[in-house]
Design a protein around this ligand. Structure first.
Ligand SMILES: *Cc1c(COP(=O)(O)O)cnc(C)c1O
Length: 360
């Protein structure tokens, strides 16, 4: 068996320890004589799994009691519609356009109401986070929406927009659990788990309790009401049970490593190894404005398409997988989520140095 260093943007690397544990429990979970895949979502064993997963996530993110944690399906993309359906009372939302996922949320939001784009970094291919000092939140906006970490372009919000008494909604799909978050600043946080938590098929929603009501847009399906899932503790229908089980194991793994402060330190250390090299290299360069660089997704280029392709190909042969940049950006992207070990980043930089020496 050989494990590669997997730099994929998502679905992405998971902690090896978690995968091994899951493998051991595959045929007989905790004396039940069956796999978690095979058991009733109403069983005692599964009830314990989902309850513990929620508790561990609450501990990790310091989630206050007046917020609900929901484990839903449909991926992060389903939230692009579910959020307006549930929160657009005035049918107006303010958005900040920082990339492809932000844009998808904007176009989906437009199906339900008026979307004001307060700021955008599209003029420079989303290589920075727009200045938020001068933005004017609309009086009639139901919420202000941001994509906290931009997976494709490798930027992240280091400061939040001043939203006053307006709700802040954030897509944290690609940076949840990478560093501490003050949940109280948000009305709603959501994350598809396949970047930093678990297997695709689960989306975590952290939502302030007072936002969960029956007052939703007419025609909102039962399955797309937050209230349906909150009232039933994410067990209204069959949840993505096996995925939730793996998420639970990852929460325990993050706790064991010391929680989000420790993850932040580890992620800063990992990212610095790569960014420092990019800043000193004569061949490779990072594409993002320094102050807005993501700790999770690191895009870089040589400036020559052929050389980029050669690099990706040789890197793959050497055991560094999925370094090709997103099709809309080109070049390379190394996603270095929580589960990417520091050894992987060090080895990648060594490989890049050798490539640079050979391709001067
Ligand atoms: C991957 C990603 C999405 C889309 O997730 P799906 O689960 O495939 O719908 C949305 N937002 C961000 C920031 C992402 O990284």
């Amino acid at each position: 068996m050989t494990r590669v260093f997997n730099f994929a943007a998502g679905p992405a690397v998971l902690p090896e320890e978690v995968l091994r544990e899951a493998a051991e429990e595959m045929l007989d979970y905790n004396g039940t004589g069956m796999s978690v895949m095979e058991m009733s979502h109403r069983s005692k064993a599964f009830e314990q799994i989902i309850t513990e997963a929620e508790k561990d996530l609450r501990d990790l993110m310091n989630i206050p009691d007046n917020y609900k944690v929901l484990f839903l399906q449909g991926g992060a993309s389903q939230q692009f519609a579910m959020i307006p359906m549930n929160l657009m009372k005035n049918k107006v939302a303010d958005h900040i356009n920082t990339g492809q996922w932000a844009k998808k949320a904007i176009s989906e939001g437009k199906l339900y109401g008026k979307i004001n784009v307060l700021a955008s970094s599209e003029d420079k291919t989303f290589t920075y986070i727009p200045d938020l000092k001068d933005i004017k939140i609309s009086d009639d906006a139901d919420y202000v929406y941001i994509c906290h970490n931009n997976t494709i372009y490798g930027t992240k919000f280091n400061e939040l927009p001043e939203t006053g008494d307006k709700l802040l909604v954030a897509d944290m799909s690609s940076d949840i659990l990478s560093e501490p978050v003050d949940v109280t600043k948000y009305g709603l946080i959501f994350a598809g788990v396949q970047k930093n938590i678990g297997p695709a098929g689960v989306v975590v929603v952290i939502i302030r309790e007072d936002l969960i009501t029956d007052n939703v847009l007419p025609g909102t399906p039962t399955m797309l009401k937050f209230k349906t899932h909150a009232d039933n503790k994410s067990l209204y229908n069959t949840p993505p049970a096996y995925g939730i089980y793996i998420c639970g194991k990852v929460f325990k793994w993050v706790k064991k490593l010391g929680g989000l402060e420790a993850m932040k330190k580890r992620n800063e250390e990992k990212a610095a190894i790569l960014y420092d090299y990019l800043d000193s290299s004569k061949l490779f360069k990072g594409t993002v404005v320094k102050k807005d660089r993501s700790l999770m997704n690191v895009p870089f280029v040589t400036g020559f398409e052929e050389l980029d392709a050669k690099f990706v190909k040789e890197a793959k042969a050497a055991g560094f997988e999925n370094l090709k940049g997103h099709r809309t950006v080109g070049g390379m992207r190394a996603s270095i989520y929580n589960a990417m070990p520091i050894e992987g980043v060090k080895a990648l930089v060594e490989f890049m140095k050798n490539f640079e020496a050979e391709n001067k």
